[in-house]
Design a protein around this ligand. Structure first.
Ligand SMILES: [Zn+2]
Length: 121
């Protein structure tokens, strides 16, 4: 990949990283607030449990993306950025444009997601 493209993707990844660190931090803080006794004032117990679960999952998703972003930045340094981690083929730039932290080409992504769904039952 051309150097100016790498610089561009590095910038995009650094922006995303900053945004995620911010969000993960906020979510963790929110989760802590949920354990406070003042939550009882919100009433409906089931609704509260749902909200807590929702934020927990959002936090996990963000952490996962953050891990991929950090790994993509590492790959830029190592010179392997843009190659699919599964088949080694270059990931389409259009895909990287939308997801600079993508680890797989579109074909492998489908397979990986299928495998994850099967592993999850
Ligand atoms: Zn692939």
């Amino acid at each position: 990949m051309r150097k100016d493209r790498l610089t561009y993707f590095r910038k995009r990844l650094l922006e995303k990283e900053r945004q995620l660190v911010d969000e993960v931090g906020r979510t963790a803080h929110y989760g802590k607030d949920q354990d406070d006794d003042s939550i009882k004032d919100l009433g409906d117990q089931a609704n509260t449990a749902y909200t807590r679960e929702f934020f927990f999952e959002l936090g996990n998703g963000d952490r996962r993306v953050l891990r991929d972003v950090v790994s993509a930045l590492q790959k830029i340094d190592e010179g392997s950025f843009g190659a699919c981690e599964r088949c080694g083929e270059p990931i389409a730039e259009k895909r990287l444009e939308a997801l600079p932290f993508a680890r797989y080409c579109i074909d492998c992504q489908r397979v990986v997601e299928q495998e994850e769904r099967m592993a999850a039952g």
